[in-house]
Design a protein around this ligand. Structure first.
Ligand SMILES: Cc1cc2nc3c(=O)[nH]c(=O)nc-3n(C[C@H](O)[C@H](O)[C@H](O)COP(=O)(O)OP(=O)(O)OC[C@H]3O[C@@H](n4cnc5c(N)ncnc54)[C@H](O)[C@@H]3O)c2cc1C
Length: 381
């Protein structure tokens, strides 16, 4: 694979692949068709230690490396990117709780999302604020020892399930001296009065990932539900987003590898004009490109993850890896579908489902345009 991997990484990859092939593949089409959250898989992923792998053992995590977690997501996304996203979105909440939470917050909210008892959701995006996250309008005011939240969120992964636990909400809590919005993050337990779900959002990809609109109407949580410092919400969230970019890149890497594997198998099996379609150079060149892009994406992602594990700056590498892997994954999913001809359009085929999933990756955790802005800004600084 690459010289980056030691025996432990290989053991983790083998274990996740067994789980993915044995327990995810058989239900993947059903989850897609029913747009169903993968409850059993989530629970099993927790039991097997995949959900909490890179988090401290003191709070129920596995104490493992981020590089290992990238391998977990890559292997899951190779067979089902939506299922892998439940771990990815949960991980953003886990990072926020683990980096900024109090001991009490970690025991109450972090531990259950690491062992698979509940699943965490991060609620930043709003109908009028996605890329422009500083423009959110949801407000939280402190009143008699309680935060009173009013507003709405949209596109929130892992929300609205029977196991949704903490929803970490970004809200405007005041105005800074320079006139900008003061944004803080609050821990909102699922089921808090005044917190309701709107529509379950129907999607062309990530269909097994539960995505809802959220509404808050005089929704109250104790003052102690503030996560980290008041006013540090945006900084805290953006600090996690670099890690999130590596993890979305890992999902893209899974799609790249899955597209390549399925294309190679199909090209050997399918015949046209009296011979296997693998003999047509037009298709051979497609898999050559896919394999090259998969290898390059893997090196970029493992490098970014290894830098994070080493405690070194990795923001630029994470943006580049996310940008490259997600765009190449979209291209690979497109070409894999093409290689499958008409069958590739049928949703019973994994290549069809991966086509929808790949598109999401160019949008979440910073669109491709935003990644290019970040990369070029640093180059020109
Ligand atoms: C399936 C799914 C799951 C999601 N899950 C979550 C979640 O769990 N939690 C959460 O908080 N959010 C979530 N999101 C939201 C996601 O983070 C946003 O969709 C994303 O940040 C883009 O924001 P937007 O959709 O508002 O697009 P916009 O910001 O409105 O962008 C529209 C277009 O304009 C471009 N654009 C914007 N600004 C610039 C600029 N300055 N220069 C050049 N081009 C620009 C964008 O690249 C894009 O092409 C999810 C989204 C999806 C689709």
């Amino acid at each position: 694979m690459t010289h980056w991997l030691n025996e432990q990484h290989t053991m983790i990859r083998d274990a996740v692949r067994r789980f993915a092939e044995g327990e995810v593949v058989p239900v993947s089409e059903h989850l897609w068709e029913e747009e169903a959250f993968p409850y059993d898989i989530w629970k099993r992923a927790g039991e097997l230690g995949f959900t909490g792998l890179p988090y401290p053992e003191a709070h129920g995590g596995g104490g493992g490396e981020w590089l290992s977690f990238v391998i977990v997501l890559e292997e899951l996304a190779r067979v089902d990117c939506a299922v892998a996203n439940s771990l990815m979105a949960n991980s953003t909440v886990a990072s926020l709780l683990s980096n900024y939470g109090t001991e009490d917050q970690m025991q109450r909210y972090l531990r259950p999302i690491l062992d698979g008892s509940t699943v965490g959701a991060i609620a930043l995006s709003e109908p009028n604020a996605g890329s422009d996250a500083a423009n959110i309008g949801t407000r939280a005011t402190l009143d008699d020892g309680q935060w009173v939240i009013n507003g709405s969120k949209t596109f929130i992964s892992n929300s609205g399930t029977d196991v949704t636990g903490p929803v970490v909400v970004a809200a405007v809590t005041g105005t800074r001296p320079d006139g900008r919005k003061e944004i803080s993050t609050l821990i909102l337990p699922n089921g808090t009065p005044g917190f309701t779900y709107g529509r379950k959002l129907r999607k062309i990809g990530w269909r097994a990932s539960s995505t809802y609109e959220l509404f808050f109407e005089n929704c109250k949580v104790p003052e102690a539900h503030l996560l980290g410092q008041r006013g540090a919400g945006l900084r805290q969230t953006l600090a996690q987003i670099n890690t999130g970019r590596i993890l979305i890149g890992a999902l893209a890497l899974g799609i790249l590898q899955g597209s390549l594997d399925r294309s190679l198998a199909y090209m050997k099996e399918r015949r046209a004009f009296g011979k296997p379609i693998a003999e047509f150079q037009a298709l051979q060149f497609k898999v050559a490109d896919m394999a090259t892009h998969t290898h390059a994406a893997r090196l970029m992602l493992y490098d970014a993850a290894a830098l994070k594990d080493a405690g070194q700056p990795f923001g630029q590498q994470a943006s580049m890896a996310k940008l490259f892997a997600s765009e190449r994954a979209m291209e690979a999913a497109h070409q894999a579908l093409q290689i499958h001809g008409g069958y590739g359009v049928m949703s019973e085929y994994a290549v069809a489902r991966a086509f929808g999933d790949a598109k999401v990756l160019e949008i979440v955790e910073g669109t491709s345009e935003i990644q290019r802005m970040i990369i070029s800004r640093e180059l020109l600084a």
